[in-house]
Structure formats: C-alpha cells, structure tokens
Design a protein around this ligand. Structure first.
Ligand code: FAS
Ligand code: PHB
Length: 394
C-alpha cells in the first residue's frame, strides 16, 4: 500500500490527526494493535482545554461534544478544612474547559473515520518502522489473518502511546528520556451516580488526595491516591466509597451519592518526556513522547497539542510545498510540553503527600494558601489549567 502519512495507533492522537489530514485531502492510513472496542474500553481523561475543542471543531467532529459536553468556568480545591474556587473564566481572560470523556471523543472520531473513505486496519501485530531517516520510509505489519503487509509513505506519525513501537525506533543514543516517578497511583471509579458538585473538586486531606469529577450530569468519576503496592482487586466498591468519604471535607460529605462502579482501575503517576520528538520523517505524537500525572488534566490535551503542530506542518508540506517545515516540529511541541509537564508536576506536588518531611508539608500548605488565595496565584493556576496558547507554525 502507498499513502502520504502512515499513522500508528488509533487512540485520540491518531484518530484526530487522521481526520484532520483526511479533511485536508492528505492521504493517510491508520494501523492499530487492538480492536475498536478495546480502544473504547479504556476509561481515561475527561477534561478538555479550549485548544483541544477547537481542533475537534476543525476536524468536523464537534456535534455531539457541543450537545453533551459540559462547559465549566471553574473548579475547586479543598485543603486544610476549606474549599476555594478557582474562577477559570475570570482569571484566564474568559476561557473555559469542557468535560467530555476521552471515550466519547474517541468514539466520535471513529464514527467520522468509518464514514470517510480513509483506511484503518485494526488488530495488527509486528509493526516495524523502516528507513525513517530517508524520504521514503515504510511500515510493515502483520494482519490478524497473518498476512504480512507494507505501507510505503512520505511520513510516519507515531501515535502509539507510551508502550508503542515509535519511540523505540529512534536509536537510544539519539534520544534523551527524562522521567520522574511519584510512587503513588490514582485509584479511579466510574459510576452512574450524580456528581457531588457541578464543578470538579480536587482535594488533599490527612488521608490523602481525592478528585471528584464527572462525565455527565448522571455519571461521576472519582479518584483517591494509593501507594503502588495497592491492587485494584483489593478495593471493593464499599471500601472505595468509605475511603473517599473519609477524605472529603465535612461540609460536602453528605452530598456524595454512591453506587456500583462500572469501571475501577489504578493508574500510576509518572512524568516523562523524550527529546527530540522527531527522527527524520518519523514524528512522535502524544503519549508516545510524553506522559504527565493526571493532576493537571493535561495528558489528552497534550496529545491534541502535538496533533495541532504536526497537522499544520503537513499543510505547509503538501499545500505550500514547504518540506523544510518539518524541522520545527519537535521544538514547537517541546516548548509547550515542558510548561504543561511543569504544571502537572506542580499540581501533583501541591496536592499529594509525597514525603513525611515536615518542612515540605509546610511549604505545600503555604503554596496552596498563596496560589488559591491571591489574584496572582489564581491567574497562574487558571492560565495553565485552561491550556497555554498554541504557537504559530512558520
Ligand atoms: P493512547 O495510548 O491513548 O493510544 C495509543 C494507541 O496506539 C492505542 O490504541 C494502542 O493500542 C496503540 N498501539 C500501541 N502500540 C502499537 C503498535 N505497536 N502498533 C499499532 N498500534 C499500537 N489524561 C488526562 O488528561 N486525564 C486523565 O485522567 C487521564 N487518565 C489516564 C489513565 C490511564 C490508565 C492512562 C494510561 C492514561 C491517562 N491519561 C489521562 C492520559 C491519556 O488520556 C493519554 O494522554 C491519551 O490516551 C493519549 O492519547 P494517545 O497519544 O492517542 O495515546
Ligand atoms: C477525569 O475526569 O477523569 C479527570 C479530570 C481532571 C483531572 C484528571 C482526571 O485532572
């Protein structure tokens, strides 16, 4: 097979990039390791920056999000027996965020791709990227029927997540990996119960971190942090709800509506970046290149950030005949990625008990008091949470 852009991975990065390129008349093929249902079964992000929403609109996949997404002007942070609101709209110059599950946006993108003539091959294996440093790279893989296939292309977009093949295709001596592990994970529960509040509440308590989020007005998403020794099978619904209740401020504890979990999982907290995000005609996109702790709600939004840059660069290459535009990809992405990595690390260190050092715990409390209690502090949180602007592509 021959195409202009071969995309590895049909998660949100690959599907969003594929839709944008297809709409622009740039031919692309997506190959994916698992089935569509398996991709949709992963319960992950839920909060979208304005930049992400604009990309979805540009991809022509905004209809359902426009109807069902919840637009939020702020969120709350609970600490030290108090709850303070971060007025995002006021302190970010009018910006808002949208609550709409990653599963939903992935489904909308899958439906759009199915309705188009664009090709997607699911359940592939043995994916390999060849000659990425040349003008004619190619990708080989085996189909679920056992056939060996080859896609000749101009460019390869590695949208295959943290455990994919793309990052590892870049020789180890050509890439630098930066990582921080937190030795805690988020135990998350999805339940068809009404959210405790109409906005998100992040909080820290003597028993640890919690987050009260949602997917709709009838479906809630809750998290508590746990040590990495914990196993999800040791957490019955009852144990989870009791633990969450014990962490909630007294003033809102009575509003919690519990019910059977429809999903329960533990995700480890990790900060990770690989540099550069490009190797010749191979581009790393989204989780293939970077991971953030979910405390800043950035993971999915950073994937969209990379997609934005790669899409605009591909427009320069194919519509303005500027093949040299590809040289700016990694620098453009990393400039914004590092700032979001910082924000995600900072929110994590402010809201999780990561040490018993009383000095660090004192600093944490004073940081929370200052950044949620002053105009300057609120502006810093709001500007980062709604998402920093995307830079122009030359
Ligand atoms: P993805 O990992 O979503 O998609 C990569 C795709 O590539 C997968 O479908 C995979 O099957 C496929 N693939 C892998 N190897 C392949 C190969 N060799 N060949 C072909 N295909 C291959 N972000 C938030 O903002 N908030 C959250 O609360 C949050 N929670 C998360 C919880 C968990 C458990 C995880 C793992 C991530 C979470 N994230 C969260 C981050 C998450 O939303 C990612 O940022 C988002 O899925 C990134 O999308 P992609 O870059 O498309 O990667
Ligand atoms: C979620 O709803 O899953 C969610 C929201 C905000 C976060 C992390 C997760 O920071």
């Amino acid at each position: 097979m021959k195409t202009q852009v071969a995309i590895i991975g049909a998660g949100p990065s690959g599907l969003l990039l594929g839709q944008l390129l297809h709409n622009a008349g740039i031919d692309n093929i997506i190959i994916e390791r698992v089935t569509p249902d398996h991709v949709l079964s992963r319960i992950r992000a839920g909060l979208l920056e304005e930049g992400f929403v604009e990309m979805v609109k540009e991809a022509g996949v905004y209809d359902r999000m426009g109807k069902e997404g919840l637009v939020h002007d702020g969120f709350e942070i609970a600490f030290d027996g108090q709850i303070r609101r971060i007025d995002l709209k006021k302190y970010s110059g009018g910006k808002q965020v949208v609550v709409y599950g990653q599963t939903e946006i992935t489904k909308d993108l899958m439906d759009a791709r199915d309705a188009s003539s664009a090709q997607t091959v699911y359940e592939v294996s043995d994916v390999e990227i060849h000659d990425p440093k040349t003008d004619s790279p190619y990708v080989t893989y085996t189909t679920k029927e056992g056939n060996h296939e080859r896609i000749d292309c101009d460019y390869v977009a590695g949208c295959d997540g943290f455990h994919g093949v793309s990052r590892k295709t870049i020789p180890e001596n050509m890439r630098t990996e930066h990582e921080k592990l937190y030795n805690v994970g988020w135990l998350g529960v999805l339940s068809d119960t009404p959210p405790i509040s109409d906005e998100l509440i992040y909080g820290t308590s003597d028993r640890g971190f919690f987050l009260c989020s949602m997917r709709s007005e009838t479906r809630s998403r809750y998290y508590v942090d746990v040590t990495m020794e914990e196993k999800v099978e040791d957490w019955s619904d009852h144990r989870f709800w009791e633990e969450l209740k014990s962490r909630l401020p007294e003033s809102i504890r009575g509003n919690l509506v519990t019910g059977p979990s429809i999903e329960k999982s533990i995700a480890p907290l990790r900060s990770f970046i690989t540099e550069p995000m490009q190797y010749g005609h191979l581009f790393l996109v989204g989780d293939a290149a970077h991971i953030v702790p979910p405390t800043g709600a950035k993971g999915l939004n950073l994937a969209s950030s990379d997609v934005n840059y790669l899409y605009r660069i591909m427009l320069k290459v194919y519509k303005e005949n500027k093949p040299e535009a590809i040289e700016q990809y990694s620098k453009l992405c990393l400039k914004r990625i590092w700032k979001s990595e910082h924000f995600s690390w900072w929110m994590t260190t402010m809201l999780h008990k990561l040490s018993d050092n009383t000095f660090e715990l004192g600093v944490q409390k004073s940081e929370l008091d200052y950044f949620t209690g002053t105009e300057t502090g609120l502006r810093v949180i709001a500007e980062n949470y709604v998402g920093l602007p995307y830079d122009e592509v030359e």
